[in-house]
Design a protein around this ligand. Structure first.
Ligand code: MN
Ligand code: MN
Length: 261
C-alpha cells in the first residue's frame, strides 16, 4: 500500500525561476529516463518478483523513485510557473503554458506523453536487474547534463541529491545481481551453441578515410575467441558438400553457419 507523507524527501528551493530550464527538467518527470519510468519499472518488476529478498529491494527503490518524482515535479513546477502569465516564459513550453496553465504534466521536454513503452520488464529477475542498472546509469547522466545547464544554487542542490541517489541505487542493483551468484553470461536456461558463441565476426574491415582503425581487444581476441575475418565475403557454399567456401574457393573453418548437419 502507498501512503503520502506531506513532506518532500529533500527540500526544494528555487532562487530564480527559469522556464526554459523547467522545460528541460520535464525529462526527469515524464521522460524516458525519468523518475516515473524508474518508479513504475521497479514496482512492476517487484510485483512480478518471486524472490522475496530482491522483491523487497525492488519495492523499496520503486517507492523511493516516487518520492523523487515528487521532488522533480515540485522543482519543475517552480521553474515553469511564470509561463502561465508571461509571454516570454510561455514560449519556453507552450504546451505547459497554454494547456497546463503553467502546471506540469507527464510529458518530456518535447511534449511527448509519458508511455509504458519506456519500461523494461522481462519477468526474469537477473535480466530485469541488468535493465535497472542501465536505467540508473541513464538517470545519473541525465541529471548531470541538467546540472550543466543551470547555475541556480537551490536547483543544483536538489539535483545533486537526486543524482547521488541514482548511484546508490545502481550500487544496490549491482550487488543484488552479483549476490544471485549467476555467471556473467548465463541468461535463461538454454545454453548457447558451443563454437558459434566464441566467434567474433569482423564485419567492418580495413581502415576508414579518416583513419578509423580495425581494432583487436579483449572483446575479440584472447581466451576462447575465434576471430572470423569478413564473413560476408566468405559466404560461398560448395554445391557438393554444402560447406562454406572462402572467397578464394577453399574450404574454411569458422564463419557463420546456418542450419543443422
Ligand atoms: Mn530517482
Ligand atoms: Mn534510482
Amino acid at each position: 500500500m502507498y501512503h503520502h507523507v506531506k513532506q518532500l524527501m529533500y527540500t526544494v528551493r528555487v532562487d530564480t525561476p527559469d522556464p526554459r530550464f523547467g522545460n528541460m527538467l520535464l525529462e526527469q518527470f515524464g521522460g524516458a529516463n525519468g523518475e516515473l519510468a524508474a518508479a513504475m519499472q521497479y514496482s512492476v518488476q517487484g510485483i512480478n518478483c518471486e524472490d522475496p529478498e530482491r522483491k523487497d529491494l525492488l519495492m523499496d527503490i520503486g517507492t523511493e523513485e516516487l518520492s523523487h518524482l515528487e521532488i522533480i515535479g515540485v522543482l519543475a513546477r517552480m521553474h515553469l510557473r511564470p509561463s502561465k502569465s508571461k509571454r516570454t516564459a510561455a514560449e519556453a513550453d507552450p504546451l505547459i503554458a497554454i494547456v497546463g496553465g503553467g502546471g506540469i504534466n507527464l510529458y518530456n521536454s518535447m511534449g511527448s506523453p509519458w508511455t509504458a513503452d519506456y519500461l523494461k520488464v522481462t519477468g526474469e529477475l537477473d535480466v530485469d536487474l541488468r535493465n535497472d542498472i542501465a536505467a540508473e546509469a541513464r538517470a545519473k547522466i541525465t541529471y548531470e547534463r541538467l546540472m550543466n545547464f543551470s547555475d541556480d544554487a537551490g536547483t543544483l542542490d536538489a539535483l545533486q541529491f537526486l543524482m547521488t541517489r541514482e548511484i546508490t541505487h545502481m550500487k544496490a542493483f549491482s550487488l543484488a545481481l552479483e549476490s544471485m551468484g549467476k555467471p556473467m553470461l548465463s541468461i535463461g536456461l538454454i545454453p548457447p551453441t558451443p563454437g558459434i558463441v566464441d566467434q567474433y565476426f569482423n564485419d567492418s574491415t580495413g581502415e576508414g578515410d579518416r583513419g578509423e582503425p580495425d581494432v583487436r581487444g579483449p572483446w575479440n581476441q584472447g581466451g576462447s575467441w575465434e576471430f572470423v575475418e569478413a564473413p560476408a565475403f566468405q559466404a560461398f557454399r560448395s554445391p557438393e558438400t554444402g560447406e562454406r567456401m572462402s572467397a578464394e574457393g577453399g574450404k574454411r573453418n569458422g564463419g557463420p553457419r546456418k542450419g543443422h548437419s
